[in-house]
Write a protein of this length. Sequence first.
Length: 312
Amino acid sequence: MTAFRLAHLSDLQLPPPPLPFRWRDVASKRLLSRFAWRRKQHRHVQAVLDAIAAHMVSRAPDHVAITGDVVNFSTPEEFEAARAWLLALGDPREVTVSPGNHDALTAHGAPRDFAPWRPWLSDGQDGDFPHLRIRGPVAIVNLSSATPTALHLAQGALGRPQIDAAADLLRQANAQGLCRVVLVHHPVTRGIVSGRKALTDAAAFRAMLQAVGAELVLHGHAHEAHLARLPGPDRDIPVLAVPAASTPAGGHGEPARWNEIEITPDGTGFRIRVTAFGVTPALSVERLGAFVLHPAAQNPPSRPSPPEGAFL
């Protein structure tokens, strides 16, 4: 059967457009974040992101999943600039954005409920997260862990209502025989980020997934590639993350990367094959390697197999 190809990228952190000075920002987290951006703006380069995006578009995926931190300071100007960038990827119905902590840096002056990005969040459903988007054999369960936090914190939270609603959507999708892919910005497994950057209710979320199940969880936030597993009701759940999509090669942190995830019904479940593409210092994008996840197996590999190239 023809594979459904899902592209995953994260932590775009688009360089901000010129921002007006607002007195209200002096007393908010944005002021400190602007100072931090001056120190680390070389870590997020527009040309790198554009190279990654162009390569991804050239591969013509069936859908694109972006797991957060599209912008930096959650200003109205950034939301509009990001909207224009997202439109350049193609039809909003074929791109899903799960907001990150930078997208909700502060509630002061930020667009309410990420309104400018509504076409990329859901299929027009009203109400709060989570949102369900069904594409081919895949059910995309889009969550938001984005919430304003205090200074020096980059934590996220889902909340009990969102976790319970996600459980209902996962059950419905399972009953329809769909491959359930969960999008969230913050890591859900232990030990990937420090406490000040963690998902505060990750334990409750993991317990829900263990009870209900999913075929794949995608996240960002750590700016690193990760492959982990969570226990599910009858099989392990792969959890996959990519580095920031705007980080140059040879700089600070892992170079920008995107993953092409091929999902194919195989009669007993779904075969999921992942191919990673990364940026070079010359701003070309090259294939790094590939591996196969086996969600139907009791113990899927936590690392890529040597014949395919262990690059995580």
